[in-house]
Write a protein that binds this ligand. Sequence first.
Ligand SMILES: [Zn+2]
Length: 243
Amino acid sequence: MRFLIKKDSFMILSVRLKTVAVILSVICFLSCIRLVANAVTAASARPNDFRIVIDAGHGGIDGGAVGASGVKESDLNLLVAYDVKECFENAGFKVVMTRRDENGLYGIATDGFKRRDMNRRKEIINEASPVAVVSIHMNKSPVKSRRGAQVCCQEGDSDSLTLANVIQSNLNEYLNTTYTGRGYDIIEGDYYICDCSPYPSVIVECGFLSNAEDERLLETSEYRRKLAYLIYCGVAEYVAIYT
Ligand SMILES: [Zn+2]
């Protein structure tokens, strides 16, 4: 009987030890999962996991606006786009460019080229799943005194609105070239490039090719780099605070 009691006690102890071992294993397993999850979360918080799409507007047979000097918007867009790309890559972001050279994205320049060009941009943006899309353009106005950079976004898209406002604030504060002297408000409208994906998207009209001083500045690499850096700062601020 004593033996049996001893045996029962031993069995109970054995079962308890096994239970404790199983519980410890489960805790250890869950801890491992948590450690892995934390590592993934920490890794995903690094900027190089954020993709940015930079879209240089126009290209190929579509030169966009043309300045008095004959400079084409499509060429300036590409130069600014590469400067913006450099800023993001220096900070560890991953950059996807829609247009990478002077050519458009429409294939052969036949009827419907603009639609094909815009469709290709849409495909690239959606494949990239970016944290933000920045489309680079130059402006033109019959009012020759208008100058400075202005940001546009899709009407009613709150994330894009936030992104646009952060970039515009930086441009207003540090570019200081608007003809009003107080900076611009963003423009909300209906833009294909902003509406073709679910990602926060803005168009940055970098300056007016119809304004002699803006045109002169936009043709200097120093001014383009300043613009690019301010655009980068706005997007980085948006990513850091709002995503
Ligand atoms: Zn344009």
